[in-house]
Design a protein around this ligand. Sequence first.
Ligand code: CP3
Length: 339
Amino acid sequence: MIGVLDGQRYEIPPVWIMRQAGRYLPEYRKCRKKAGSFLDLCYTPEYAIEVTLQPIRRFGFDASILFSDILVIPDAMGRKVRFEEGRGPVLEPIGVEEIEGLVSGNREWGALEERLQPVLEAVGGIRAALPEETTLLGFCGAPWTVATYMIAGHSTSDQAPARLFAHRHEKAFEAMLNALADRSADYLVHQLQAGADAVQIFDSWAGVLDPGSFEEYCVRPVKRIVDSVRERIPKARIIAFPKGAGLNYEGYAAKTGATAIGLDWTVPLDFAQSLQKEVPVQGNLDPTLLVAGGRALDEGVDRVCNALSGGPHIFNLGHGITPDTPVAHVEQMLARIRG
Ligand code: CP3
């Protein structure tokens, strides 16, 4: 897969899928139960290594992604996170009067280090256990997406609380994004030093912003991370995934400095082709096609492969695999891609 990130095209694209370690796998559900809470799974290297490797053993994906979550950053910054069954992440919503304390208490990586040490230990353990040819991806959330959860305290459908907060408290919000960007950059550098071959920045909520806010809250903080990582690791390979960016995908890679861009499934394939002339692309099968299976899945895979085979392409879904996906459909997808 590294070849694609370096601009090469392959007859058969490398493939991995977002959330490839997850609840659709019976072996994941077993391990998750044993670990107790979701965060215990993330913070216990033995478990994190095991669930990261499960989809590689089963499917032989070309890349493996560290098992963790984007919300370990706010957790390590002292905003306690928990995951509730059927509800997702729950945090104490941050108030504007708390931002100064968040920023000043997290001016150095040292403040987060102890909490995140087990994750970095898992990265080393995963790299050691993986086949040499399998790429290991580290990751973090983009500041905007992480901030949306910190502000609302839970998942919402349109991130209205964070959008409102940003418009009302511009200066404090900018300080919060900068703090998240700086510590996320440190975190990615540590993951790369611990054995990750490349990293991905997930901006899952890039699609809810007006164009000006997209530049301020998505482009600028991601560029800040990319610049900071490259200051320390000049050749760092960084995939950025601004989900739902729509027309804002145009110019996004050049503006942020990302090595490659992840495309969600709403991106038209002719537009994807034009983006691919500038930068390697990753994506973008609709995850519900993987649930549906059958002819719909085969045709969807063919459309993506045919459209993007002329340039550097990493096959992936346009967002994470869902828990209701049959394992057999993942096998079908791989057989169709690899022929
Ligand atoms: O891709 C992988 O296999 C690596 C692991 C990974 C997880 N979360 C594990 C997880 C990655 C890369 C993430 C990123 C993440 N986490 C994002 C960005 C990508 C995206 O999906 O948009 C976001 C927004 C989060 C925050 C988060 N974590 C939410 C909103 C939820 C609840 C929704 C859900 O799917 O349950 C989680 C929980 C979570 N993170 C699970 C997994 C496997 C499911 C929890 C469980 O097993 O009980």
